[in-house]
Design a protein around this ligand. Structure first.
Ligand SMILES: Cc1cc2nc3c(=O)[nH]c(=O)nc-3n(C[C@H](O)[C@H](O)[C@H](O)COP(=O)(O)OP(=O)(O)OC[C@H]3O[C@@H](n4cnc5c(N)ncnc54)[C@H](O)[C@@H]3O)c2cc1C
Length: 482
């Protein structure tokens, strides 16, 4: 029976380092160098006092995954995950520990909501006027939403204390229940229904809230209520990002771990080594060419979905366990969001006075916003705007929005899960108990940098707790006994 909850005792872990018997170091292979993989590598190095060998395999040539920047006229701009919440404690702690700087999120003086082809609401550069306009159109629903979000985050924050105590979880459901049972319940209801049942007005839900869910997750309020809550938290005051780019978080985590990083290495299959509970990785689907290392544990830290499959080879009697997990992920897909950064002299008269724009109904664009460099290297030659859209923009669509375009950069993302189609239950963090871990199951609760940091730390605690129990990796132990 797999224990459902694990507890790491750091003093026991330390004995791995101080024992006089030479013990082969645990070997861990991590697939993906985004927030999740880098968090797992860092926390594992910390918990095992660097008495672990870690190889991180990254398909791209850069670290960060969906925390990414693009260069426009000598300045870098966020093209993926751009904002963090003021109560994202793991990210805040890491920024402080690694001496990184925070950058306040610069919001535009005006934000407007587009419903079909009509602008139904816009804020003002005067806060007092904005408050008055919100009250006039939506009554007290906005204040109520803010209070609800704070209460939600109070429950969410319990994860930090649980992880500080060394607790970890086998499934996303167990993690949410331990944080606050209300969080798990939120995954079982549609956000729109939840808001209706809690007395929010139809106009407020379909306009303001849905504009927020569209800009943050490209999807309507038919998503489940947990991701809905995280979405509205992403529209609060005090949002921030990391100076020089949020990817600096992943870079700092990996630099402060003892992981070796292998760039441009897309893992296509995981192979079970016949003689024991060890694994190899391969860059081809059939596992013909296995990479050199053999690993005691594998941490999959990348989206696993119908768009990004992984093959499992030679698992023999464990095949049914693997197949059950694989079938779950094969049936799930990620939502496409295209981020187009446009350096242009200006916006056409049709949209000019409304930018930033959030669409609360399906449209050829989801949002248009003025964006600023992650650090100003040289003064901007022309202003830069970011457009989120469900499909790549055509030249005529770009021409409808912008005047005198100087540069266009397109990032086509499988961005976050397709929440409209979420089937219960929420997934396990294990593909094969205590051997192959899958971090991105957490994205089915909600996709965010902080969620992946938490999930990476959870896997690190789980792996470390096993070495705390046994002192040596199971494969090595079996060999010693023989
Ligand atoms: C446009 C956009 C906007 C977003 N906005 C925000 C935001 O403002 N705030 C926020 O908190 N979150 C935001 N998110 C979500 C956030 O980016 C993700 O939840 C988070 O970064 C996921 O981190 P991860 O490490 O789990 O996955 P990823 O960042 O996807 O990292 C996985 C890594 O694995 C690599 N990889 C994939 N497959 C393989 C393979 N087979 N072999 C080897 N390597 C592989 C990838 O190249 C990647 O580097 C946004 C996402 C997008 C796309």
């Amino acid at each position: 029976m797999v224990p459902l909850l694990h507890l790491v005792v750091p003093s026991i872990l330390f004995q791995i380092a101080s024992t006089s018997i030479p013990i082969p170091l645990p070997k861990v292979g991590i697939i993906g160098a985004g927030a999740g993989g880098s968090s797992a590598a860092y926390h594992l190095s910390q918990l095992l006092n660097n008495n672990v060998e870690i190889d991180v395999f990254e398909a791209a040539s850069v670290i960060g995954g969906r925390m990414a920047t693009v260069n426009i006229f000598g300045n870098e701009y966020e093209t993926g995950a751009s904002i963090l919440h003021p109560r994202n404690k793991l990210a805040l702690d890491l920024v402080e520990r690694f001496g990184l700087d925070q950058r306040p999120h610069s919001s535009s003086s005006v934000t407007s909501i587009l419903k079909d082809s009509e602008f139904v609401f816009s804020t003002s550069s005067w806060t007092i006027l904005t408050i008055y306009k919100i009250l006039l159109r939506y009554g007290f629903d906005f204040n109520k939403l803010q209070a609800m979000t704070q209460e939600f985050i109070d429950g969410f924050e319990n994860i930090y204390e649980l992880q500080d105590k060394g607790l970890s979880f086998d499934t996303v459901e167990l993690m949410l229940s331990a944080m606050d049972p209300k969080l798990l319940n939120l995954t079982k209801s549609e956000f729109r229904t939840f808001l209706e049942e809690n007395g929010y007005g139809e106009g407020f839900i379909t306009e303001l809230v849905q504009a927020i869910t569209y800009v943050n997750y490209g999807q309507s309020t038919s998503m489940h209520s947990l991701v809905g809550h995280i979405s509205v938290a992403g529209a609060e005051n005090g949002l921030w990002s990391v100076q020089s780019g949020n990817k600096m978080l992943a870079m700092a985590l990996l630099n402060n771990s003892n992981a070796r990083i292998h760039f441009n290495t897309r893992i296509e299959s995981i192979l079970a080594v016949p003689s024991g509970s060890a694994f190899r990785l391969s860059t081809d689907r059939n596992g013909q060419v296995a990479l050199p290392g053999t690993y005691d544990k594998i941490i999959m830290a990348m989206p696993w979905s119908e768009q990004n499959p992984i093959q499992f080879i030679n698992f023999l009697d464990q095949e049914s366990v693997i197949e059950a997990a694989a079938a779950l992920y094969r049936s799930r897909s990620y939502h496409r969001t295209v981020a187009t950064l446009v350096a242009a002299k200006g916006i056409t008269p049709k949209y000019r006075k409304w930018v930033d724009i959030l669409s609360c109904t399906p449209n050829f664009f989801t949002s248009i916003s003025r964006v600023h460099p992650v650090v100003l290297t040289r003064s901007e030659r022309v202003p830069v705007f970011k457009v989120f859209s469900p499909e790549p923009l055509t030249d005529s669509q770009l021409g409808e929005i912008f005047e005198e375009i100087h540069q266009v950069d397109v990032s086509d993302w499988w961005a976050y899960p397709e929440y409209d189609r979420i089937p219960p239950p929420l997934p396990s963090f294990h593909v094969l108990p205590n051997s192959i871990y899958y971090l991105n199951g957490i994205e089915w609760a909600a996709s965010a940098i902080e969620m992946s940091l938490i999930s990476g730390r959870n896997a690190a605690i789980q792996v470390a707790s096993q070495y705390a129990q046994t002192g040596i990796p199971p494969t090595k132990r079996r060999k010693t006994e023989l």
